[in-house]
Write a protein that binds this ligand. Sequence first.
Ligand SMILES: Cc1cc2nc3c(=O)[nH]c(=O)nc-3n(C[C@H](O)[C@H](O)[C@H](O)COP(=O)(O)OP(=O)(O)OC[C@H]3O[C@@H](n4cnc5c(N)ncnc54)[C@H](O)[C@@H]3O)c2cc1C
Length: 390
Amino acid sequence: MADFRYPPDCEELRAEVRAWVATAMDGADAHADPHDLTGLAEPYERALHRQAGERGWLAMGGLRQSIFDFEVARADAPVIDTAMTLAGSVITLFASDIQRRQVLARMHNGEVEVSIAYTEPGAGSDLTAVATTARADGDGWVLDGVKSLITGPHKADLACVIAVTDPEVAPRRGMTMFLVPMDAPGVSVVRTPTMNGWDLGEIHLDGARLAADAVLGEVGNGWRQMALAIGAERSGVFLNGFARHALDLLVEHVRGAVRDGQPLADDPVVVDQVGRLEAAWADAERLSRRALWAATTEGVEPEPAIGSMAKVVSSELQQDIARTAVELVGPEALTWGPLFGGGPSDGPADRGRFAYEVLERVHPTIGAGASEVQRDAIATLGLRLPRRTV
Ligand SMILES: Cc1cc2nc3c(=O)[nH]c(=O)nc-3n(C[C@H](O)[C@H](O)[C@H](O)COP(=O)(O)OP(=O)(O)OC[C@H]3O[C@@H](n4cnc5c(N)ncnc54)[C@H](O)[C@@H]3O)c2cc1C
């Protein structure tokens, strides 16, 4: 009979991470920074990264990594943002020996933060339209262009930038990746606010001069590298951690709240909705686990659309939970509050958490491949339907 449990060593790790993150996040409200995606100030975030790095938790890969990601997401801990979660896979796959020593090892320790910088004002879903250029100059490179909608560049040490190095060939063969030091001459960051009050950033590259060893992987191989690394991001595991947390908060509210003199938990519509979300969460979790297993287990027949399916299901579930929570909780859920530092709380509904969730869970269906694009991939790669010609 199939065994759906995690192996005992994974459950031990889960217990360790859960205990650590509970202690590490105790008092987090005193370090609030609503302009940061994590809701917390950079020094506090870096301290947590270092603690996790010292425990060897930032570069585990596979099932163990997914357990760490899930647990920290569930605790709102500022560990899923830059560094290993975003840039880890591409740097692990393609770093040179020197980059492994100088960058990757320090990412593992939580000392170096890296942003991913692919998107541009004219190139989002269709990254063949990337216009940033890198030209060879002496024994280095000069980069020009703008990267937009980038997560965390204001606090990153490096950005993993994709740029056109050969405009004469098809974009998929003419791009190269670079590890750009954020303090290099010609590199600047402009912060742009999101609807939830925190900032994304633009990275402006104005004749930014880089050394030859800033190339990540091979010259001309940037597109392939990007495709391989983005695939690894799409198991949906940490999205399920955020979803679990929001659903737990909703259930906690339903358990304790009274409306019109009646416990909310006596309302059959409320119970029906909460039960529906719990079943949907279990579905998403199984699908993510299957995607992760397929991506990390040698000899498994490739399922080309499984990552896309997991990403669509997990990201859309987050929106479903957020919207349903607001409907079930009622008017008090319409007041927005910051993730941290919002003052004492009597329960999940009174600090604006559910309104925050509604706004915050919009972007997971856009970033790392929008749902519409993922569904196309499911149809063409998974079901082998013909690609649209328009
Ligand atoms: C919060 C957030 C964080 C982000 N962080 C990063 C980051 O760290 N690094 C980075 O490089 N980028 C990042 N991005 C950018 C993100 O990857 C892009 O937003 C995404 O690729 C979509 O591109 P776009 O915004 O230009 O939308 P567009 O590509 O213009 O798409 C607009 C709409 O058209 C639809 N669409 C586009 N093409 C098709 C198609 N072929 N078929 C059907 N529908 C289509 C899309 O699904 C979408 O609904 C982030 C974005 C957000 C919102």
